[in-house]
Ligand binder design. Structure first.
Ligand SMILES: [Zn+2]
Length: 380
C-alpha cells in the first residue's frame, strides 16, 4: 500500500519488480533503504564518490553534532550540507534528541532537559548550547535537509514507567511545536509542493505497549509525512525488542514510512524490514569497518531469500590466517575493494595502520548493506 504526495511514497516498477519509492527534494529512494550515518557532515573515511560507488542512496547527518561543529553559520557559508559534502542525493537530519539524552544520561552535569527544550555543555566544550523543538527544525531546514526529524524526548527501555510517561507527553508536545515551526518555515521560505522537506515524528514509549499506542495516536492526530521508532531498539541484554517494534509498525498505517532509527546490525535490519520498516540508519557498519570487522554473505544475495541466523558472518582481516589469502573479502561482493584487492593485502594495510584500510573497509561494509537492501527489495 502506498500513499502519494508530491514528496512521498510512490510504487514504481523497476527491472520487473514493484518497488516502493520515497520521493525527496534531491531524488527518490528505493525502499527499503539503509542510510549510513555521517553525523558530523561526513561518513568517516570516505567521500561522496565512494558513497555513490557503494550505491548508497541517502545519508543521515545530525543536527546536534553539526550545531557544535562546524556550526550552523559555517554550514550556511559553505552552501549547506549538500554543497559542503559534495553529496547531491538526499540527506536526512536527525534532531539530536537521542544524543542530548545520551550525553545527560552519561553525566547530569552535562546538561538538563525541561518542557522548553534541552540545555547542554558537552565535555571539553567551553560553550553552552540550547536545543528547542523550534530551533531543531530551524537548523535542519537551514542545512537544506530532505527529511527533518522532530526533536523527541528519549528514554532507555529500562527506565521506570513514570519516566516513559513523561517522555511520551513531552515528545508529543515537542512534535506539535516542531510541526508549527515547520509550517512557519515552509511559508516564510515560500516553499511550494516538491520543494519542502518531509517532516518525520518519533514514536516513544519504551517497552510499554499502551504508551507506544498513545504516542502513535497523538502523533498521527497532529499529522506528519512519516514516523520513526524512537528510543533504544534493544533490551538490556542486547536483544531486539521484536514485540514493541512489530506493535509500532502496526500502529502506524502502511501509507507512512517507518524508520528504525539507529538500527544497523544486519540481523536486526533484516528482522525489522520483514516487519515492514523501510528506513534504517546506523554508525555500526562504518564503525565496524574502521575497527576491522567486515561483513560477508554466506549465500548469494542476488538469488537467495536470507533466512535463519547464518546468512552472513563477520570477518576479521587482522586474523593471521588471512596473511597470505589471495582471494577477495567476499566472492559475493562486487565492490571495488573485492574486485581489486586481496584479503591478504587488507591484513597488511591494517597491520601497518595505513589510512587506506578504513576507506577500503568502509566501502566494502556499505556495499554489503546496499546489497542487503537490494535483496530485501527483490526477494523480500
Ligand atoms: Zn566488497
Amino acid at each position: 500500500m502506498c500513499y502519494l504526495f508530491a514528496n512521498g511514497l510512490l510504487p514504481l516498477f523497476f527491472e520487473g519488480f514493484m518497488i516502493e519509492t520515497l520521493g525527496l527534494i534531491h531524488g527518490a529512494l528505493q525502499l527499503p533503504a539503509f542510510l549510513p550515518d555521517g553525523t558530523q557532515g561526513v561518513v568517516r573515511a570516505i567521500d561522496a564518490q565512494d558513497l555513490l560507488h557503494c550505491q548508497v542512496q541517502a545519508v543521515q547527518m545530525n543536527a546536534y553534532h553539526l550545531m557544535q561543529r562546524p556550526g550552523s553559520s559555517t554550514i550556511q557559508a559553505l552552501g549547506g550540507l549538500h554543497q559542503m559534502s559534495a553529496w547531491q542525493r538526499p540527506i536526512f537530519t536527525d534532531s539530536g534528541g537521542f544524543q542530548v539524552y545520551s550525553l545527560i544520561r552519561q553525566n547530569p552535569k552535562f546538561g538538563s532537559i525541561s518542557e522548553r527544550g534541552a540545555i547542554f555543555q558537552p565535555s571539553g566544550s567551553g560553550r553552552k548550547y540550547k536545543l528547542t523543538p523550534e530551533k531543531s527544525v530551524q537548523l535542519q531546514m537551514s542545512y537544506g535537509s530532505d527529511v527533518v526529524i522532530c526533536l523527541d524526548d528519549c528514554t532507555h527501555v529500562d527506565d521506570a514507567y513514570e519516566e516513559q510517561q513523561v517522555s511520551v507527553g513531552r515528545t508529543v508536545k515537542w512534535a506539535r511545536r516542531c510541526k508549527e515551526e515547520y509550517l512557519r518555515q515552509v511559508e516564510g521560505r515560500g516553499l511550494i509542493v516538491g520543494q519542502r522537506p518531509l517532516l518525520v515524528a518519533v514514536v516513544q514509549g519504551g517497552n510499554d505497549p499502551d504508551l507506544r499506542r498513545v504516542c502513535a495516536d497523538e502523533l498521527l492526530g497532529i499529522g506528519f509525512d512519516g514516523y520513526g521508532y524512537g528510543g533504544w531498539p534493544l533490551d538490556g541484554q542486547g536483544n531486539l525488542l521484536v514485540d514493541m517494534l512489530a506493535l509500532t509498525r502496526e500502529l502506524i498505517p502502511s501509507r507512512f514510512t517507518l524508520h528504525a532509527l539507529g538500527v544497523g546490525h544486519p540481523a536486526n535490519v533484516l528482522a525489522c524490514a520483514r516487519m515492514g520498516y523501510e528506513l534504517f540508519d546506523s554508525t555500526m557498519p562504518t564503525r565496524d569497518a574502521r575497527n576491522g570487522r567486515l561483513y560477508t554473505f554466506t549465500q548469494d544475495p542476488l538469488q537467495s531469500r536470507l533466512n535463519g541466523e547464518n546468512w552472513f558472518s563477520f570477518l576479521y582481516p587482522s586474523d593471521n590466517k588471512h596473511i597470505k589469502q589471495a582471494g577477495p573479502i567476499s566472492t559475493y561482493c562486487d565492490c571495488s575493494v573485492c574486485r581489486n584487492y586481496s584479503l591478504g593485502y587488507l591484513h597488511h594495510l591494517l597491520k601497518i595502520n595505513d589510512h587506506l584500510f578504513p576507506r577500503l573497509a568502509t566501502i566494502h561494509n556499505l556495499r554489503f548493506m546496499t546489497q542487503l537492501m537490494a535483496n530485501l527489495r527483490r526477494v523480500g
